[in-house]
Design a binder for this molecule. Structure first.
Ligand code: PDD
Length: 302
């Protein structure tokens, strides 16, 4: 498919309070989002108009802005109604709603000037539901040194570190990269990671070295509720290499098993290189959660 023929996003976007065709959306090249990557973003999954933990995403958006000394231009209610409008104008269905807020337009200079009007942009894309084979065959990963900055808890649009790491993972033949900092597991370029050893789910702590994923928090909750043994603690490279199971989680990928790491099968014995039993349980728990969401009233932000 040529670039021109590719659909960049669903036809209607939202820019600074207005819905419009993508072709009509214009921002200044002096927007600090363009010049400095001075902005924050969110990706919220909506299933037939029902946001999966949409409130939590909007609260994280607020926290990211606070970290950038920015004021949230919208109330929670205004975000919700703007998103619902975007969903309706694009025909509903299962959508990934992308929200970006940048500091706004200014003369190019490093210190952020006070009083700028933030630029608010939103678009919708169909949620890329993983193909069923992925749960049978899994994906491959390679280990990489995490060389991103030390404020990975901020969902910033300045994503060059993650972009390069993802590219390098693919160049090395992996579907994803598993990142380590100082010998400990952090996350993947756009998802969180859990490992399993001897029946215990091991989850890296949600500090400044990773993005505290909404899916990650949900998975931890679901695992605890189901009584699965789980530890939130630093996980060493050695533990990851010897793990029985590994999987990634995010709003767009849900939960996907990693079956090979650095060319070696994940796991042991006859189950090596296959999605493991705890992954399968987590997958089911997540699907059950989605089914409950489907029976809730539309626009429920939970
Ligand atoms: N990425 N870690 C990183 C670095 C991420 O970029 C993401 C999400 C996650 C998972 O977070 P959540 O469960 O809240 O989606 C973890 C989104 C999907 C993206 O950038 O497209």
């Amino acid at each position: 498919m040529t670039h021109a023929a590719q659909q960049l996003c669903l036809p209607t976007v939202y820019l600074n309070g207005e819905y419009m065709p993508l072709e009509n959306a214009r921002i200044s090249p002096l927007d600090r989002g363009f010049i400095f990557g001075d902005g924050v973003y969110e990706v919220i999954p909506y299933y037939d108009g029902r946001g999966l933990r949409a409130n939590e995403h909007l609260i994280r958006l607020q926290r990211s802005m606070e970290e950038l000394y920015m004021t949230n231009p919208y109330s929670l209610e205004k975000w919700e109604s703007a998103i619902n409008g975007l969903i309706a104008k694009n025909g509903g269905g299962n959508l990934a709603i992308y929200i970006q807020v940048t500091r706004g337009v200014a003369k190019r200079d490093f210190p952020p000037p006070a009083g700028l009007t933030p630029t608010v942009f939103m678009m919708a894309n169909p949620l890329p539901t993983p193909k069923p084979e992925i749960y049978v065959n899994g994906i491959s990963a390679v280990s990489l040194d995490d060389n991103r900055w030390l404020k990975c808890h901020i969902k910033s649009t300045a994503l060059l570190g993650a972009v390069l790491l993802k590219h390098e993972s693919n160049l090395l033949g992996g579907d994803e990269g598993i990142m380590f900092r100082d010998g400990y597991l952090t996350e993947s370029s756009a998802s969180n990671i859990a490992a399993v050893k001897n029946g215990v789910i091991l989850c890296p702590p949600m500090d400044n070295l990773i993005l505290g994923g909404i899916t990650y928090v949900l998975m931890i909750e679901l695992a605890k509720k189901a009584g699965l043994p789980l530890e939130v603690r630093r996980v060493s490279r050695k533990e990851v290499r010897g793990a029985d199971e590994l999987w990634i989680m995010s709003s767009t990928k849900e939960v996907v098993p990693i079956v090979s790491l650095d060319g070696r099968p994940v796991g042991h014995g006859i189950e090596a290189g296959k999605p493991g039993p705890i992954f399968k349980t987590m997958y089911q728990l997540f699907q059950n959660y989605k089914r409950e969401l489907a029976s809730a009233p539309p626009q429920a932000a939970e």
